[in-house]
Design a protein around this ligand. Structure first.
Ligand SMILES: CSC[C@H]1O[C@H](OP(=O)(O)O)[C@H](O)[C@@H]1O
Length: 351
């Protein structure tokens, strides 16, 4: 069965699934340059920490493929820096775009200094680096899935698990398979998934619109709950573990993720439910010591006051709409599941 693809890329042609149209319509739209990518990321037509970085970087690859007469490595290097800085400005909390930009700029600077590499060869090397991100992300997610499923079974002592998840961390947030939802896919593949409860994830509804779409698409045993049902669901359905994604993990394991994650971690603690974060190392920011330094994006109030064009909140009411919150590492009791294994949240190690 074909899995859902948020991103389609081939030899300089980039398309994204417009996630604002889901679940009603599956519409792919072209991304022809970094401006298109910036707008699509900002409007959340594509979202999810890894997917943001991949679409941003592939939009630069689209431009580089059109660049036929590359004469100056210095100009190429400056162009790459400027365009990546612009892409990083699209959304502030997820670190993946920033880390991907830093890695690409480092490569470009090294090529600039290497006199044996001409401008055309430098462009080709950077293009190869950018275009490898799709496959690398899928490989990371498959590893995360296997590590996470194995650890959950071991730590819960259960052969089939009841799991809760928040927001969307699947094929629609990555290059494919997903992070937290990838672990759930791996449990399902191994016949170790009893049931998954996905939260609606107000106000953008990544859970009801996107995660539910993926779960139904792949016929996984799942139930949608409203965010305010989480505590009752943990008690009523005897949830074994909660697993969520991450937009930025600090060096001490504090994790920024979709708003509502922190309260799930607090509830998990009080219900003795294991709480996991699933994230590739491309979501870990070792440059910041704790979650206090993670910038939290404020989203438009209209995402709270309207459903589409229909107003559902009283006109004139003030709103607070942070896109994310920070879960302290001590509440991440199951650990942080990465492509290199499962780590205690306060024991993450840089390469
Ligand atoms: C696999 S990372 C997904 C991560 O991104 C989501 O945020 P958004 O939908 O605003 O991009 C959410 O925090 C997910 O956990």
């Amino acid at each position: 069965m074909a899995t859902l693809l948020a991103i389609k890329y081939s030899a300089g042609q980039l398309e994204i699934l417009d996630q604002l149209q889901l679940p009603e319509s599956c519409i792919y739209i072209p991304i022809n340059n970094v401006q298109d990518a910036w707008a699509a990321i900002r409007e959340m037509k594509v979202r999810g920490a890894p997917a943001i970085a991949i679409v941003g970087c592939l939009s630069l690859a689209v431009e580089l493929r059109k660049l036929t007469d590359v004469e100056s490595k210095k100009d190429l290097n400056q162009m790459i820096k400027d365009k990546l800085d612009y892409l990083v400005s699209s959304r502030p909390t997820a670190v993946n775009m920033q880390l991907a930009a830093e890695a690409c700029v480092k490569l470009s600077s090294e090529l600039l200094e290497n006199d044996s590499v001409d401008a055309a060869a430098a462009r080709d090397a950077i293009l190869k680096h950018l275009e490898a991100m799709l496959e690398n992300d899928i490989a990371d997610n498959l590893a995360i899935g296997e590590y996470g499923a194995k650890d959950m079974v071991e730590k819960t002592g259960k052969s089939k698990l009841r799991v809760m998840t928040h927001c969307n961390t699947g094929s629609l947030a990555t290059a494919g398979y997903g992070t937290a939802l990838g672990v759930i896919r791996s449990l399902h593949k191994a016949n170790q998934l009893d049931h998954v409860y996905c939260t609606e994830t107000r106000p953008y509804n990544q859970g009801s619109r996107l995660t539910a779409f993926e779960l139904v698409y792949e016929k996984m045993p799942a139930t949608l709950i409203c965010d305010n049902m989480a505590a009752a669901a943990m008690k009523q359905f005897k949830i074994d573990a909660i697993i969520v994604g991450a937009d930025r993990v600090a060096a001490n394991g504090d994790t920024a993720n979709k708003i509502g994650t922190y309260q799930l971690a607090v509830l998990a603690k009080s219900h003795n439910v294991l709480f996991y974060v699933a994230a590739p190392f491309s979501s870990i920011d070792f440059e910041i010591p704790s979650g206090d330094s993670i910038p939290i994006e404020e989203r438009p109030h209209s995402e709270m006051t309207h459903t589409g064009s229909i107003r559902t909140a009283a006109a004139g009411i003030n709103c607070w709409n942070p896109g994310f919150d920070v879960t302290p590492s001590q509440l991440i009791t199951g650990g942080i599941v990465t492509e290199k294994g499962v780590f205690r949240a306060d024991q993450l190690e840089h390469d």
